[in-house]
Structures are given as C-alpha cells and as structure tokens.
Write a protein of this length. Sequence first.
Length: 322
Amino acid sequence: MPWIQKVILTRAEALKHCLLTYLMITEEEMMKKLLTEEEAFAILEAEGRNPMPCDTPVPFYDVSVPCGYPCPIGDEVKNFGMLPGEILKAMDAFVVRAKGDSMTGAGIFDGDYVLVDKTAKFYDSDIVVAVVDGESVIKCYCTDDNGQAWLTPQNEEFRAIQLKEEQNLYVLGVVIYIFRTRPRVSHRKCMEAVNRTKRERFKPMVATPQQVELAIRNADTKVKFGSLWFAVWRALVGKDEENGITLDDFCTKVATLLPDHQHLPTLRNLQRVDVLSFTKSVEEWREDNAPVTGYRFKAYKSLGLLTLELLNNTREKQQETR
C-alpha cells in the first residue's frame, strides 16, 4: 500500500517544495519567486512523486484503534483533514490512528494513520476496521476451510480472534491507505536487534595463539595485582574451558611473554577466583555473586570486557580481509 505522504501535497506545499528543494532558495526568497502551480507540479511529477491537490475534507477521529485486542472507538471527530479527491473519488472515508504491533507484517505500525473506506465491500484477507461487541480493532478478515470467520494479526506474537455466532460484529470499513509522519518501528523491535548484536559481539570462541598473545600484551600495563590476569584468561576461554588455553598454560604463557612483569599470575591465585559467577563468561559476572566486590570487581569486569572487545575487533578485521 502506498504511503499517503509520498503522493499527497496541497498546491501550496508543492510550490514550496519545488522552490526550496530544487531552486535552493530560502522561504523569504521563495515569496519573491514567480512559479505557476503547473510548473511546480511538473517538477514534482518529474521526480516521480505524482502530486495531487488535497481538496476533499475527511474526518479524523480522536481515537487510537488497537491492532491488538479490541477497544471502543467512540464517535467524536477530532478534526477534518484535506486529502485528494482523485484518490477518494466517491468513497465515504474516515481516518483513525493505529495502535500496537500486531499488524506490522502488513506495514501498519504503532502511531500510523489509516484511511478507511466505509463503502467498500470486504473479502478474505482484506484489512478492516471492525467493531466486535462494541469495541474496535484493526485486523485482517478471513474465513477458514470450515467457514469460520476470524480476525487475524500479521505478527506471530499475537493470536487471531475467532468470531463466534453470539458476538456482534460490524465492519466499519476497509483500510485503503496507510500514512505516517515518519517511518517507525517499535522500541521492542529495536532492542531485539541491539540484544542480538550484543550477544554476537560477546559470543565465546576458541582464541588462536596469536589472539592469546595479543590479549596478554594488551593487559601488560593494566594488571595491578596477580589474580587480575584471571579476567584476561576468562575472556579468552569463555564458558568452554576445555577447548581453550588452560589456566596452567596461561600462567606459563604470561611469564614467557612478560618475564619482567611485577604481577605475574600463579595457578593457585587464579584458581581462587574461579568460583561463583566468575565460572561463567565475563558478560555474565555479577558483583552480588562474585569472589570479589567493590573496586576489585570493577577492575576484573572492566579488563575482561576490554579483552573481549579486543578479540572481537580482531575477528572482525580478519573477516573483512577474507
């Protein structure tokens, strides 16, 4: 479905768009320019925007209609908006705001406005604004193989609404257009993407000998007490200790690479802190379940995360060169 903001402009908006965007002038200068409506529309048509004059009033209801479960729609008109008569033609239409995420698969997001035609007949798979037992909802209408009617979401996290014989169903109209002030997605979807990236970024893996050496040398000036080397080792092996360098071999490696370091690790000291949440990957360490607290816990966690970031950056560079 096309977005209304892509095709609908008043003549004044079309004229202003042409002057400001294409002639590179200020609004003040725009007032001094002479450009006919036909010339302005011709520029927009060349851009592929298909401008149409907004000359027909349409009621905007002061209500948000859920894309999820029904709620009352009411009958109070907030105001009237102007839309192109070329699109509306003879339809009896109104506009409401969509609420929720259940219709995102059909391109309807929380906060979008939908243009609804009250005169259109609805068929299977049409998106409708319906009233179920006095409450409204935006859903797809369909019937199953047994002839049972349903109002279905377009998001797997939501359930379809089965329409029963005893329910009072009234379809207000069919959704014809979707428009919004700006493209948006829900905050929950954004956080899902962020969390996926975080999990991938700190995904445990077997470190190569080169990465082990790099991590040890990077921690050279950061380690202020011997057992702090444990944070570097845990970042290298993650949870899967069997496939990574052992604590004993790690201590030997540090002593080999940095023989003059003032705080060389010992197997006994590192084993003492290998308890509680420190047996898990670094990003899972918690101060309320750790062998150390306060500034020492912060020192362990900080060095562990820095080592993970170093390893991750190294892997990304290796992937880019492949």
